[in-house]
Design a binder for this molecule. Structure first.
Ligand SMILES: [Zn+2]
Ligand SMILES: [Zn+2]
Length: 284
């Protein structure tokens, strides 16, 4: 009998309350540990604010935390999100850039609240800020406010209708392009991987451009990928010498992503990513 892999759950894509997840970093790591996860990337959008708390919980529970972030981008390439692994949470210059991105998030959410009000949805910015509890603002917080008021029957319905990209209350973001996101991660010593490539438009055209500026991985293992799409992503990884990464994209709301550790990620992934980090930093 051939055992394809022995190992333990690894989850390289998770969100806490510090961005648009529902759990505190501490609760998130405890839940991951209880589900057997041994290596977890905390990849909150545009912030590393949860990393310290996650690392403290991880140290206590024997779970390794990889400090990470997920950068959403705005461009002709659709929803191209870039995960940055092995980010230094003490990097002040990077924090400056991330703060700029978070401020843009705030302005955009304010504009969307104004549009919702014009459309007759009585959502207040104060309530949206309360829901976010100081985390990096995003559409999930608007979805929750709409759900609370009974304007939609589910969180997902809000995303499919009112605040969808084609929806009446949508406001596009000002932010990085995918190339800039990869460059930002690289400049600060991190290892960039393209998240959930299924949401990218003209993926085959974009990948070589990202590889040219330092893309190191591609998220092949993802709950919403069909077996054939996973195979396609793995083929792209081979063709472009990228590390296949994966994770749950857990947000703590049942409608979005899988549960922690529920997506299989090969154990050698961590070593492969570490090798990329060493390579980019000129280490042996
Ligand atoms: Zn994403
Ligand atoms: Zn995510």
């Amino acid at each position: 009998m051939v055992r394809l892999s022995v190992g333990y759950p690894i989850d390289l894509h998770t969100h806490s309350l510090r961005s648009d997840g529902a759990l505190t970093p501490d609760d998130l790591v405890r839940r991951a540990a209880a589900r057997g996860v041994r290596v977890q990337a905390l990849s909150d959008h545009d912030t590393l604010a949860g990393v310290g708390e996650a690392m403290r919980a991880g140290a206590e529970l024997g779970l390794r935390i990889i400090p990470s972030t997920e950068l959403n981008t705005e461009s002709e390439w659709g929803d191209a999100h870039v995960l940055g692994y092995f980010i230094d949470p003490a990097d002040a210059a990077l924090e400056e850039r991330l703060r700029w991105l978070r401020e843009n998030r705030g302005r955009r959410v304010e504009l969307m609240v104004a549009k919702l009000n014009e459309l007759g949805y009585a959502i207040t910015l104060d309530r949206v800020l309360e829901i976010a509890q100081g985390g990096a603002l995003g559409r999930p917080h608007l979805a929750q406010a709409l759900l609370e008021k009974g304007y939609v029957r589910s969180y997902d319905e809000a995303f499919r209708t009112i605040i969808a990209k084609e929806g009446p209350a949508y406001v596009s973001r000002v932010g990085l392009t995918p190339l800039e996101a990869v460059e930002l991660v690289r400049t600060h010593g991190g290892v960039p991987s393209l998240a959930h490539p299924g949401t990218v438009e003209r993926l085959e055209e974009l990948i070589p451009k990202l590889v040219a500026v330092g893309l190191a991985g591609i998220e092949c293992f993802y709950a919403e990928h069909s077996p054939s799409w996973t195979a396609h992503c793995l083929a792209l990884a081979r063709a472009h010498d990228l590390v296949p990464t994966g994770g749950s994209d857990f947000h703590g709301r049942s409608e979005h992503g899988a549960d922690l550790g529920a997506v299989f990620v090969p154990p050698e992934t961590i070593e492969l990513l570490e090798a990329r980090r060493a390579r980019s930093q000129g280490l042996p």
